[in-house]
Design a protein around this ligand. Structure first.
Ligand code: COA
Length: 161
């Protein structure tokens, strides 16, 4: 893993970043509706809502990526880092690059926000990723259900008022 450099993504990385995030969506069997315009706007625009780290091989190939955003927790009294995406190229898996990306996210979160913890969601039908997170020390939430408001319910919220 010595020849792999982990660095902050910059605006010139928009196409590569969207390509690897789209590969993650494909690996997960998810739709990928983000385009380069959304990546440019939401990662590098005037009010960025996420940040990204890239793992780059010596020849410039992107072999890993992590996307993350800060949130404040009154319970913890500190900023948490929400990791929305984590991906390592198939041929590079199992070499601690994923762990290295999370370590770099932690470091960047401490520098930027004095962050105190990391949170993320993982599909229950992704046992390899679950094992990966558990080996690092992530603990599943026993008492919290992740909920989403979207589509018509989202659009009509407040209409009845
Ligand atoms: C999950 C993922 C990010 C882990 O990154 P990684 O660099 O392969 O993981 P590391 O080398 O740091 O850690 C290895 C551990 O991860 C787990 N693991 C997950 N997928 C693995 C794979 N394909 N090959 C080997 N180990 C894998 C194992 O528990 C392994 O621990 P072990 O070496 O004690 O057996 C990476 O495998 C990946 O991108 N998978 C596909 C996309 C994905 O599932 N992303 C997470 C979405 S929540």
């Amino acid at each position: 893993m010595d020849e792999i450099k982990i660095r902050q993504a910059v605006p010139a990385d928009v196409a590569n970043l969207n390509r690897v995030l789209s590969q993650l969506s494909s690996d997960m069997g998810d739709e990928h509706r983000a385009g380069e315009a959304e990546i440019a706007r939401f990662c590098f625009g005037a009010n960025p809502v996420f940040h990204a780290l890239l793992a780059e091989a010596a020849d410039g190939t992107i072999v890993g990526a992590a996307a993350y955003s800060p949130f404040f927790s009154t319970v913890n009294g500190s900023v948490g880092i929400y990791v929305s995406d984590l991906w390592v190229a198939e041929q590079m898996r199992g070499k601690r690059l994923g762990q290295g990306l999370l370590a770099a996210v932690r470091k960047a979160g401490i520098v930027a926000w004095d962050a105190g913890f990391i949170r993320l969601g993982v599909y229950q039908d992704n046992p390899k990723a679950l094992a990966f997170y558990e080996r690092i020390g992530f603990v599943p939430a026993a008492d919290t259900q992740f909920m989403t408001l979207a589509g018509k319910a989202y659009e009509s919220l407040g209409d009845e008022a």
